[in-house]
Design a protein around this ligand. Structure first.
Ligand code: NAD
Ligand code: 89Y
Length: 343
């Protein structure tokens, strides 16, 4: 099998996971890295034995010699880097949040489409083993037709020590974390026609909202609640688990804290342990996220080789990103937002 060569831009906090995962992925390897911060470039270059190092993305693309680019920077640079990739006809993965605004995101999708290059958003939470298990149970018909769901991420984990920028933005939890839970809601219950949200900030040391409660009207008639909080102190810290509740015409699914999957229907109740694997380079409690990084990157390679669209393609992610923008607009106006009108 031909091995794809990749370049990674952005050697920060989360890129370490992506670099480890690239080592494990079959059919691809990273041949060049880029970061405008020389200290970070050196740390990642030395740790992963990458000799081709760039402080400027234009210089990286000008030299070329890679089949795809993995953009692992924070959101401010995403549009410029995706457009740069398109200009150089290089397929691109872009970290979440995809863009600062939905209109930027639409332009990025259009630019890559016009350039004929694949674009995938690194929206990895749907690739988590427990979320995949929920989807499989649903697809197997275990609870009939779902009519209600809850996708819940409530935590008191200190995310600010590893990612200090999260304390500084006007927007926080919906854009950073709620985006994943909203994507899972779409992945499990399908696309959304309307969104209603309420937000608040509990932690006085941060700028943005750290609690959000979002009501989704799904196009298939189901209703779901996406509730996220980084102000919730529990006896056993659940970070970074998304808990799921689904009620269907023939039964219920509960994904509970500690990675238990409980399916109840006419046959009774089965409980399965759907814990993620602890990959050799991973560490608890991040292993759930880390395993999904490996899964999405393997998916990138597999689909790119087949010439097929990715599960979280740029086009797909517009429909998740619209929920982020819709939730902020709803919270600001105290109104329900028509999602279809945004797309
Ligand atoms: P970070 O600030 O630690 O790292 C970003 C790096 O990008 C920095 O080293 C910075 O110098 C570099 N950079 C920024 N703009 C650049 C440019 N134009 N050219 C070259 N280098 C540039 O941020 P992080 O915590 O690693 O987060 C990166 C992204 O990953 C964010 O968008 C964040 O939301 C996302 N993230 C995703 C997950 C997930 O599970 N998918 C988890 C954590 C973070
Ligand atoms: O940035 C966030 C993400 O994408 O997953 C968890 C996180 O690291 C902190 O909320």
């Amino acid at each position: 099998m031909t091995e794809l060569k990749g370049a990674l831009i952005g050697c920060g906090f989360f890129s370490i996971n992506q670099m480890h995962a690239w080592n494990d992925v079959e059919g691809a390897r990273i041949v060049a890295i880029c970061d405008r911060d020389p200290a970070r470039l050196k740390v990642v270059g030395d740790q992963f034995g990458i000799d081709r190092r760039y402080s400027d993305a234009e210089a990286l693309f000008a030299d070329g010699g890679f089949d795809f680019v993995d953009i692992a920077t924070t959101v401010e640079s995403h549009r410029a880097l995706v457009e740069m990739a398109a200009r150089h006809k290089v397929p691109a993965i872009c970290q979440k949040p995809f863009a600062k605004t939905l209109s930027d995101a639409k332009i990025m999708v259009e630019t890559c489409r016009n350039a004929g290059v694949a674009l995938m958003v690194h929206e990895n939470f749907r690739w988590q083993t427990p979320i995949q298990a929920v989807r499989k149970a649903l697809e197997a018909g275990a609870i009939g037709t779902p009519f209600w769901g809850r996708f819940s991420f409530r935590s008191g984990y200190d995310v600010f020590s590893g990612q200090p920028y999260l304390a500084e933005g006007e927007r926080f939890i919906i854009e950073d974390l709620g985006i994943h839970a909203l994507d899972i809601a779409r992945y499990i219950l399908g696309d959304v026609s309307a969104v209603t949200a309420r937000t608040t900030r509990v932690n006085p040391k941060i700028k943005g909202e750290d609690v959000a409660t979002i009501l989704l009207d799904h196009k298939n008639g189901a209703t779901s609640v996406v509730d996220v909080s980084y102000a919730t102190k529990l006896s056993t810290e659940p970070f970074p688990e998304t808990l799921v509740e689904l009620d269907g015409s023939k039964g219920t699914i509960r994904l509970t804290q500690g990675y238990g999957l409980k399916v109840t229907n006419a046959q009774g109740t089965t409980t399965t342990n759907v814990s993620p694997k602890l990959l050799p380079w991973a560490s608890r409690p991040w292993h759930n996220i880390q395993e999904s990084v490996y899964a999405i990157q393997q998916h990138w390679v597999d689909q790119l080789k087949r010439g097929m669209e990715h599960s979280t393609s740029g086009a797909d992610n517009l429909r998740t990103f619209a929920l982020v923008e819709g939730a902020y607009e709803s919270a600001a106006k105290g109104q329900t937002i028509d999602v279809g009108a945004m797309l």
